[in-house]
Design a protein around this ligand. Structure first.
Ligand SMILES: [Zn+2]
Length: 116
């Protein structure tokens, strides 16, 4: 996995290997914090994983390439080297530290406790 700037000029994380849909990719590592920020991933009711580079640059997508279950990252589709790795922030975060308008659909992404 590598971090670099994507086509939208936002830093993202990109695959360096091939994965089949459903493959476990890695276990996320980082300090477990009780507060969220724009780089943390929520893994429990009040547990936010402060993931390191390049994982902290994973962008949101509503049809993501990976899903996150606890600390495990799994391929959500077939992934080729160079593909951007994205996940659906609404599947992990109760509330987002920095809500934003989605690039793919224009919906406001707030976290799972907010419905559009
Ligand atoms: Zn979207």
């Amino acid at each position: 996995m590598i971090a670099k700037f994507g086509t939208n000029n936002m830093k993202g994380m990109f695959a360096s290997d091939h994965y089949n849909n459903g493959d476990p990719i890695c276990k996320l590592k980082g300090l477990e914090l009780s507060v969220r920020d724009r780089y943390t991933i929520q893994i429990g009711k009040t547990v936010h994983l402060n993931v390191s580079e390049p994982y902290r640059y994973m962008n949101h997508h509503c049809s993501p390439s990976v899903k996150i279950e606890g600390k495990i990252m799994l391929a959500a589709k077939d992934i080729e080297p160079g593909d951007e790795i994205t996940f659906d922030y609404n599947t992990t975060e109760d509330v987002l530290a920095c809500p934003f308008e989605c690039n793919c659909c224009g919906k406001k992404i707030h976290g799972k406790f907010y419905e559009n």
